[in-house]
Design a protein around this ligand. Structure first.
Ligand code: IFM
Length: 449
């Protein structure tokens, strides 16, 4: 047996997002978001579920904070719902929206937990979508204005800020693959959305610095790892394109100030799609940031197959164990992603801002959940985190996804990622075995493997 000790200042945390947990969709002046529209459109979400009530954290945040305190985390990552602050996206600020987050933030600080705020975890005000959403550069101005309001309101209390969560999902999953709100299927639109949101990120970081807001700011991407199935050049190239789409397309502009040229060429030559770069955009996007957030779940093997997806890359099934999302359990891919970040971008501090697994959990009659597979998933990923730190990668913290079972977007409530079980009938929360496992890892500052 070996002992894996983590650095004393390693930030252990857990994460959630506004639309997935808050509910209270029409309360205290909150305006509609694209997720209200999407989830209320029949057939878009499994079981036609929606986030009207979710985990009701808008009213039960005190219970959530008590769970976090008992868990022993140093930090809690949550997102602010833009339509609570600006119900129409711009215009008059809604003080009741800010009050809610003030209550959450003060509660966390009283419990000795650092709040980590994500400004955009997908709930774009519907009023902005009606004017083109992220395809319209006016949305960039609206975002910077919203960010400024939130920065000023919580300056000094929040020390860790994240502009955007997972722009691959915001752009390609939502506007090319049509799986998430607003549900479009247009590649040029998806590329525009990614670009404009990246500009919004850069402008918000710039504003953060100009205002002298205290703390650190970064962005969270969701890299995946496609390993070539063979060393044949066509397989290597196909896997490289697949990784580039998921990874470099978002990391390079932020950390290098340019899109990966091989993919720019690919989009132009094979799809007739161009990146709508305006003068000054790339400098704006590449504002220095303090850390990079990595949300990691899975990886795979890929090989060249004409016509397979955008990049002629087909996934090869090599026998990985799967989660209930049908995602491969491939912990070494986390190490590969972290190694690639260091190799490609140098010593930028990295936080794993999400990692976790979905399984079919059952609540026993005595209100326990024996989620052994999730425990094993965490254990294997902690081993890779430790390995990364040992090899000199500046990994500073880890946020488990998620504190609670919650609204899993197009999958509704049937897919559970929580370390606490949510009973959607009563809205009671029950810590699972994985919660107690994580609690012990945090208390011990590491684990035996
Ligand atoms: O639930 C999501 C989260 O909102 C963003 N990252 C992936 C999670 C699991 O799908």
């Amino acid at each position: 047996m070996a002992r894996l000790d983590f650095p004393k200042d390693f930030v252990w945390g857990t994460a959630t997002a506004s639309y997935q947990i808050e509910g209270a969709a029409r309360e205290d002046g909150r305006g509609p978001s694209i997720w209200d529209t999407f989830s209320h459109t029949p057939g878009k979400v499994w079981g036609n579920h929606n986030g009207d009530v979710a985990c009701d954290s808008y009213h039960r945040y005190g219970e959530d904070i008590a769970l976090l305190k008992q868990l022993g985390v140093k930090a809690y990552r949550f997102s602010v719902a833009w339509p609570r602050i600006y119900p129409q996206g711009t215009g008059e600020v809604n003080p009741k929206g800010l009050d809610y987050y003030r209550r959450v933030i003060d509660g966390l600080l009283e419990a000795g937990i650092e709040p980590c705020v994500t400004l955009y975890h997908w709930d774009l005000p519907q009023a902005l979508q009606d004017r083109g959403g992220w395809d319209n550069r006016e949305t960039i101005d609206a975002f910077v204005n919203y960010a400024e309001t939130v920065f000023k309101a919580f300056d000094g209390k929040v020390k860790m800020w994240i502009t955007f969560n997972e722009l691959w999902c915001v752009s390609f999953l939502s506007n090319y693959l049509g799986v998430h709100a607003p549900g479009n299927t247009d590649l040029q639109l998806a590329v525009n959305v990614a670009h404009n949101a990246l500009v919004a990120h850069g402008r918000a970081v710039k504003r953060f610095r100009e205002l002298g807001i205290r703390g650190q700011i970064g962005i969270t991407h969701n890299p995946s790892w496609t390993e070539p199935y063979t060393t044949k050049p066509e397989d290597v190239e196909a896997a490289r394109r697949q990784r580039g789409w998921q990874n470099e397309w978002f990391f390079d502009p932020v950390l290098k100030g340019a899109y990966p040229q091989f993919l720019v060429d690919w989009f132009r030559d094979t799809q007739g799609v161009k990146v709508p770069i305006q003068p000054g955009d790339m400098e704006t996007i590449a504002q220095p940031i303090d850390f990079i957030g990595v949300n990691f779940y899975s990886g795979n093997y890929g090989r060249y197959k004409p016509g397979a997806g955008l990049f002629h890359c087909e996934e090869v099934q090599v026998g990985f164990e799967k989660t209930f999302m049908d995602w491969n359990v491939y912990p070494e891919a986390l190490y590969k992603v972290l190694s690639w970040v260091k190799e490609a971008y140098g010593d930028i501090p990295i936080y794993i801002t999400e990692n976790g697994a979905c399984y079919e959990d059952e609540l026993t009659p005595d209100k326990k959940v024996h989620d052994a597979k999730r425990v094993e998933y965490f254990r294997k990923h902690f081993i890779q985190c430790h390995r990364a730190i040992e090899s000199g990668i500046p990994l500073k913290g880890y946020f488990a996804w998620s504190l609670l079972d919650n609204f899993e977007w197009a999958e509704g409530y049937r897919k559970r990622f929580g370390i606490c079980y949510t009973d959607y009938e009563t809205l009671a929360r029950y810590p699972k075995d994985s919660y107690y496992f994580y609690q012990k890892v945090i208390a011990d500052g590491g684990l035996d493997v």
